[in-house]
Design a protein around this ligand. Structure first.
Ligand code: AGP
Length: 366
């Protein structure tokens, strides 16, 4: 059952391995091949209402905020609507402009995070349209929103979120597809995204099956006190979430940077003791990502490439491979090796991965 560890040493490892099933649950009954779209009835928005939305803002804390960044990228790419993600913990304190044609998405695994709930309440007071993306049915945030998309990740017990974050991103892929298909996303692109979503569980399984290589890579980095996680554009949220996972369970300092920003400052930190995990999707920025890796190598920095592209021989010290999906969905798939990397690095350091120090599973106080 969901609450039994079975053969797994801890819940985090179990929840990572479960993702082919939890993603399958998120997709079940929602993909519409015929019309190259999805059904998300719980949103309570018909085509006309979806078309009238001019902006999308995702609100969540921690990993849910990063999941919102995947969502914002997907909405901008597939629906061509301006979108962003903001820490829910900041939202109410800056007297935000609440617009009636913005769709607000409150993102939370537990549905009980006090800061996210407070953001929803502020929106409700000011007449913002807010939908939930929550995992726990009947939770406070789910009730305060009254409608939305259920994540269907199943119970998540480890403090570090893995399968819930993946289902958040997958759900936002579906939301973006839905919004795109009532605007000007073509049938062909819609079909490509539906096929990509459908392929995810099997492809995630392939990543999970390569766990021993990822564990080996993590062991080789376990001496480091600081690490960079490099990723840009679509994979910027991948890098941020990868750094977050490493920090919370291993206590190793990790910082995410877009590859393009390295030369504007952080390159000064690179030396033999500072590994960089570089997320390299096979997209239009491949050549630029390769040159970022060369810059890191030239300063003696160890490079771990997490990639679904063919990289020049000898460029990366360690290469972690993932399958190819479509460019829009690759960032979700490339996050799974980073979960396993953080897990195995923390395990190598003897950390209590399920219950990292100073953290609670859901932060119900401010
Ligand atoms: C995730 O690994 C963290 N433990 C944390 O950032 C978490 O995502 C955040 O506190 C939000 O929780 P929620 O999704 O239950 O609202």
């Amino acid at each position: 059952s969901d609450f039994q560890l079975g053969d797994f040493p801890d819940y985090m490892r179990k929840e990572i391995a479960e993702q082919p099933d939890s993603v399958t649950r998120a997709l079940r009954g929602r993909l519409d091949e015929r019309f190259a779209t999805v059904r998300l009835d719980g949103l309570g928005l018909d085509a006309r209402e979806l078309r009238s939305i001019r902006r999308v803002k995702f609100l969540g804390c921690g990993s849910a905020y990063y999941a919102g960044e995947f969502g914002a990228n997907l909405v901008e790419e597939l629906a061509r609507i301006p979108a962003d993600s903001e820490p829910a913990s900041e939202f109410r304190y800056r007297n935000p402009v609440v617009e009636s044609d913005t769709l607000y998405v409150a993102v939370s695994q537990s549905g009980e995070t006090a800061d996210t709930l407070a953001a929803v309440e502020e929106l409700n007071r000011k007449g913002g349209q807010v939908v939930g993306a929550v995992n726990v049915v009947g939770s406070a945030i789910g009730r305060a929103c009254g409608r939305g998309v259920l994540l269907h990740a199943g119970p998540e017990i480890a403090v570090a979120s893995t399968k819930a974050v993946t289902n958040m991103a997958v759900s936002f892929g579906m939301l973006a597809l839905l919004m795109g298909r009532v605007r000007d996303l073509s049938t062909a692109d819609g079909q490509r995204i539906v096929a990509g979503l459908r392929a995810l569980p099997e492809q995630i399984q392939q990543v999970v099956d390569s766990e021993s290589e990822i564990a080996e890579a993590a062991k080789r980095c376990a001496h480091a006190d600081h690490m960079f996680f490099i990723g840009r554009t679509r994979c910027w949220p991948t890098a941020r979430e990868g750094a977050q996972k490493l920090k919370e369970i291993s206590y190793v300092h990790a910082e995410a940077y877009p590859a393009s920003e390295l030369k504007h400052g952080p390159l000064a930190l690179i030396d033999e003791s500072m590994p960089s995990v570089v997320v390299v999707p096979d997209d239009e920025l491949l050549a630029k990502n390769i040159s970022a890796m060369e810059q890191i190598k030239a300063r003696g920095g160890p490079v771990v490439a997490v990639t679904n592209a063919e990289l020049p021989q000898g460029l990366a010290d360690i290469t972690i491979r993932a399958p190819r999906n479509s460019p829009e969905l690759d960032p979700i798939l490339l996050s799974v090796p980073l979960q396993l990397f953080a897990y195995h690095l923390a395990a190598e350091l003897g950390r209590d991965v399920d219950k990292p120090r100073n953290l609670a599973k859901s932060v119900t106080v401010e």
